[in-house]
Structures are given as structure tokens and as C-alpha cells.
Design a protein around this ligand. Structure first.
Ligand code: FAD
Ligand code: NDP
Length: 324
């Protein structure tokens, strides 16, 4: 099946693009993903509680509720939303070709223009014991997993010093007896307001210059981690029943590797601060191309830009075809 414009991904970038394209009457199709990169359709905001910095919600709004509202707005103007993951693309072909997960051996779908808005996913440490205790004490999402009984009134640890680490640690204070925040250097990366909340919380202890070396347990559940002081090299035990990773994200660009220009960390390289990429007619919006800001509102903003550029590209394409 051929489509004029396809959006891959369903976070704030993808939905903002969809709203603009649908209102522009170019009938966009969104592939929202089926647990693509382990994240529910709707994207990273589905893994958080309150969103306090998205304009229009002075009392804050739950992350999942906000993504549901994005989806309703996209649908209201006629976006076709398909709950499938795009697993393969051919960006050399014109129109572009793409395949859905599980249907890679079938005839490809085609599109005149594509907006990649696949976002990013959580990084892991890959320390000894991680595989054994993954989801048995170790998690990359406190909001998703923090409330389970194994963490109730138990000492917990969060790795990382950014806004995610601050948010996850504060969330975990509702359940754990104590929350250690393990920061690899002597400084937080978190925004001042989040850093202040973290440092002021009575249940939180920040452990500076510290890395996790090993996860240990009773064979079934995590109950200890070995940590290392990065200045002295000394290792010690820290008895915790939960270890939560909040060490940043990996852009979801595997499906375009080798086809479009990426930067050293795998983010799509965009041109002149716009969602334009090294391939004409192929745009990238949101966290998949943003290593600096990575916010819902900046993702939404670039989704808007991508939609406007995609519409302009469709007009150019039409004019070129008429001229032929
Ligand atoms: P994402 O939100 O990453 O969504 C992309 C989605 O597309 C994926 O999750 C998946 O469902 C889908 N997808 C991926 N690959 C495919 C594929 N191949 N085919 C089909 N579908 C696919 N920002 C704020 O502004 N305020 C906050 O309070 C805030 N809190 C946060 C809390 C946490 C815990 C985290 C992790 C992030 C938070 N952020 C916050 C950052 C914000 O969530 C992101 O910047 C934003 O969601 C990025 O939007 P996006 O559209 O680029 O993609
Ligand atoms: P960041 O990249 O901002 O922070 C990652 C943190 O993890 C840094 O402190 C980093 O240390 C540390 N780190 C990275 N790798 C390792 C490792 N291997 N071992 C130990 N520590 C490591 O990511 P976040 O996920 O925190 O935030 C992403 C974006 O989402 C940001 O723009 C943030 O502002 C936004 N966000 C906003 C929220 C809000 O506004 N409420 C909530 C959550 C996220 P170092 O500093 O040394 O590099």
C-alpha cells in the first residue's frame, strides 16, 4: 500500500507532526509501535508520573494521560494510527519502502515522505549480575516497577545524576526505607529545581564519585551491590533490594543505520537546527535527533517543524512530477 506521509513513532514528536499533517489534509499514517524498544506506544512519557513543565497544564498532568490526549488529538483530525512497529526501511528507493515487524518477507509498504520520531530508550550498565537480577531487583523504570512489594520499606539505589535519576529517586522515597543516589562524579547533571528537591529529601543519600561494579543476590532476588569509589578505587558493599538505572538513553535509530547520517552516539544528524536529514524527504523529530534538550515540548516543537517541512516537500514533489 502506498501512503503520502508516514510517521514512525508515537511520542510528543510523532503526535505533534500528526496533528499538523492531519489538519493540513495530507492524511498521515502513524505507526505507533507495539512495545517498540520496550516502551509502550505513547513513548517515554508513559513511564513517568507527573509532567509539570508542559504548557497548558498548570496543575501538572500524568505522563500517560498526556500521551492519551496527544493520541486523541491526532485521531480527531483524521490521522490513521496503526499499532505496529516498523522494522526495516529502504531510504534509497523512491518512494521510500518500509516493512513491519513480522512481515519482513512480504511486499513492502511505500511512502513519499517519512518522519522518524522513534525516540530513545534507557541505557544499561552491563555489570556483572545484571542479567541475572534484571527485573528481579534491577529496573530501568522506577515509575513502572517501584511500587512492587519487593521494594516496600527496603533500601534502594538509583544510578545517575540527571533529571531522570532525581525524579526516580524522589518517586522511590514513597516506597523504599532509604534511597541512595549513586553519582559517578562530584556533580549532578539534574536541573537546579530537581537537584534541590533531591538533596533536601530526608530519605535520600547521594553517594558521590561512585560506580556500580556488581549486582548480587540470593539467586532469586537482588540484595546487595558492590560499589566502587572512582577517586580511591576502593570497593564496598551496599545492601539494597532495588537498583534503578537512570543513566540516559540510546536513540532508536537502528532501522536507519547505514542509510542516513548519524552522529557518533547514533542520533540522526539534522541540518541547520531543522528536522531535515541527509536524505531529501526523510525527516527526524524528537529525541531521536536531540542529544541536548530531550524534553516533551522540544520534541513536540520539532514534530511541528517536521510536519511543515514534509508538507512543503510533498508540494515540491507534486510540482516536479507535473513538470515531467
Ligand atoms: P518518545 O517519547 O521516545 O516516543 C517514541 C515512541 O515511538 C516509542 O516509545 C515507541 O512507542 C515508538 N517507536 C519507536 N520505534 C518505533 C518503530 N520502529 N516503529 C513504530 N513505533 C516506534 N520531558 C518533559 O518535558 N517533562 C517531563 O517531566 C519529562 N519526564 C520524563 C520522565 C522520564 C522517566 C523520562 C524517561 C523522560 C522524561 N521526559 C520529560 C523526556 C520526554 O519524555 C522525552 O523528551 C519525549 O518523550 C521524547 O519524545 P519523542 O516523541 O521523541 O519520542
Ligand atoms: P541525562 O543524560 O541528563 O543524565 C544521565 C546521568 O547518568 C548523568 O548524571 C550521567 O553522568 C549519568 N551516567 C551516564 N552513564 C553512566 C554510567 N555508565 N554510569 C553511571 N552514571 C552514568 O539523562 P536523563 O535521563 O536524566 O534526562 C534526559 C532528558 O530528559 C534531559 O533533558 C532531562 O532534562 C529530561 N528529563 C526531564 C525531567 C523533568 O523535567 N522533570 C525528568 C526526567 C528527564 P554524567 O553527568 O557524569 O555524564
Amino acid at each position: 500500500m502506498h501512503r503520502k506521509v508516514v510517521i514512525i513513532g508515537s511520542g510528543p514528536a510523532g503526535h505533534t507532526a500528526a496533528i499538523y499533517l492531519a489538519r493540513g489534509e495530507v492524511h498521515p499514517t502513524m505507526y505507533e509501535g507495539m512495545l517498540a524498544n520496550g516502551i509502550a506506544a505513547g513513548g517515554q512519557l508513559t513511564t513517568t508520573t507527573e509532567v509539570e513543565n508542559f504548557p497548558g497544564f498548570p496543575e501538572a498532568i500524568g505522563g500517560t494521560e498526556l500521551t492519551e490526549r496527544f493520541r486523541q488529538q491526532s485521531e480527531r483530525f483524521g490521522t490513521e494510527i496503526i499499532t505496529e512497529t516498523v522494522s526495516k526501511l529502504d531510504l534509497n528507493a523512491r518512494p521510500f519502502k518500509f516493512w513491519l515487524e513480522g512481515a519482513e518477507d512480504q511486499e513492502p509498504e511505500t511512502a513519499d515522505t517519512i518522519i522518524l520520531a522513534t525516540g530513545a530508550s534507557a541505557k544499561r550498565l552491563h555489570v556483572k549480575g545484571e542479567e541475572q537480577y534484571w527485573q528481579a531487583g534491577i529496573s530501568a523504570c522506577a515509575v513502572c516497577d517501584g511500587a512492587v512489594p519487593i521494594f516496600r520499606n527496603k533500601p534502594l539505589a538509583v544510578v545517575g545524576g540527571g533529571d531522570s535519576a532525581a525524579e526516580e529517586a524522589l518517586f522511590l522515597t514513597k516506597y523504599g526505607s532509604k534511597v541512595y543516589v549513586l553519582v559517578r562524579r562530584d556533580k549532578l547533571r539534574a536541573s537546579p529545581i530537581m537537584a534541590k528537591r533531591l538533596t533536601n529529601h530526608p530519605k535520600v543519600e547521594i553517594v558521590w564519585n561512585t560506580s556500580v561494579v556488581e549486582a548480587q543476590g540470593d539467586g532469586r532476588l537482588l540484595n546487595n551491590i558492590v560499589i566502587k569509589n572512582n577517586q580511591t578505587g576502593a570497593t564496598s558493599d551496599l545492601a539494597v533490594n532495588g537498583l534503578f538505572y537512570a543513566i540516559g538513553h540510546i536513540p532508536a535509530t537502528k532501522i536507519v543505520e547505514g542509510q542516513v547520517e548519524l552522529d557518533a552516539d547514533g542520533y540522526v544528524h539534522t541540518i541547520d537546527g531543522t528536522p531535515r536529514t541527509s536524505i531529501r524527504g526523510f525527516f527526524a523529530a524528537g529525541d531521536v535527533q536531540d542529544r541536548v534538550f530531550r524534553q516533551a515540548i522540544t520534541s513536540a516543537g520539532s514534530g511541528c517543524q517536521a510536519a511543515l517541512l514534509a508538507m512543503r516537500y510533498l508540494e515540491e514533489l507534486e510540482a516536479e512530477q507535473e513538470g515531467n
